[in-house]
Design a binder for this molecule. Sequence first.
Ligand SMILES: *[C@@H]1O[C@H](CO)[C@@H](O)[C@H](O)[C@H]1NC(C)=O
Ligand SMILES: *[C@@H]1O[C@H](CO)[C@@H](O)[C@H](O)[C@H]1NC(C)=O
Ligand SMILES: *[C@@H]1O[C@H](CO)[C@@H](O)[C@H](O)[C@H]1NC(C)=O
Length: 281
Amino acid sequence: MCYLRAALKLVILAGLSAARQTAADAIDWSAMLTPGSVNYSGDGTYYGQQGGQEDAASCGFGADFANSLGAEWTTGVQTFVAMNDPQYNNSVSCGQCLMYRGTGAGAGGLPIPSTWQMGMATNLCPECLFGSIDLDKEGDGRWKIEWYPVPCNVGSGNFSYYFGGQPGPSWFMFGISNTRYPVADVKVQNPNGAFYSLTRGVNNMWSADGGPYNPPLIIQVTSVLGDTVTDAIQSFSGGNGLAQFPAPLTASAPAPASVPVYITASGDPIIEVGGRRLLHA
Ligand SMILES: *[C@@H]1O[C@H](CO)[C@@H](O)[C@H](O)[C@H]1NC(C)=O
Ligand SMILES: *[C@@H]1O[C@H](CO)[C@@H](O)[C@H](O)[C@H]1NC(C)=O
Ligand SMILES: *[C@@H]1O[C@H](CO)[C@@H](O)[C@H](O)[C@H]1NC(C)=O
């Protein structure tokens, strides 16, 4: 255990220097804009396929659910993972896509390959230490891994909403899937026109009482990167919305202008001014 604690401390210190991370950060989300700019390290373990049991998982969506959506969201995802408790951050990291690989050391019957693989956090690993992930697949052993957060490959897809319980105008609860980045906050417009913060449950679903809230529900969704988009949920049956968080930006060759120029995934040049991203004329 002393060994583990020492290792954990080293990991945290490494994270601090590599990512200018503050002690409060569960995950340095800005690293999604420069993939590989931070690597977390810890143990990789396996928790096997639990049949239908992992379907809901801690995030309210699991492998089966995510796949059944047929959404762009899971494009490229090879493994659904359970995130360690400190970085799970009370479900904030649900839907976090990441790249992981084994770094060689470890013990057991099935080493985690050293090639990068894409994962998505859909579950919580309560006993895992900072930096560690538990893979939702058959395997054996405990292996040193490293991983870094990336945006999910949502393509041109928009948010998708699923309701739980028996939603109605005076109470509802919904989850959001197909998000490029994890969700930090959701507000709904109340009958007076003001936006009211919804309550996040341990199952990563957002609920409201009061109201009456009659569809379409006008909502504001804020990502862990601070982007806020507005969308409308047309009915208590859920379904696809019309909003998505802004595309990830890839820094291009140094720009002649004094402002940085980025290229979006679709190839459009963009400049960043005062933290806002504008299409480059
Ligand atoms: C957890 O996520 C929230 C919402 O983004 C953030 O405000 C908070 O700082 C995070 N906590 C940690 C420990 O990173
Ligand atoms: C993280 O890993 C990637 C891929 O090997 C590497 O390019 C990058 O330099 C690493 N980042 C840090 C901060 O070590
Ligand atoms: C996503 O929403 C935009 C409008 O914001 C719409 O133009 C686009 O067709 C939607 N994408 C899909 C895949 O439905």
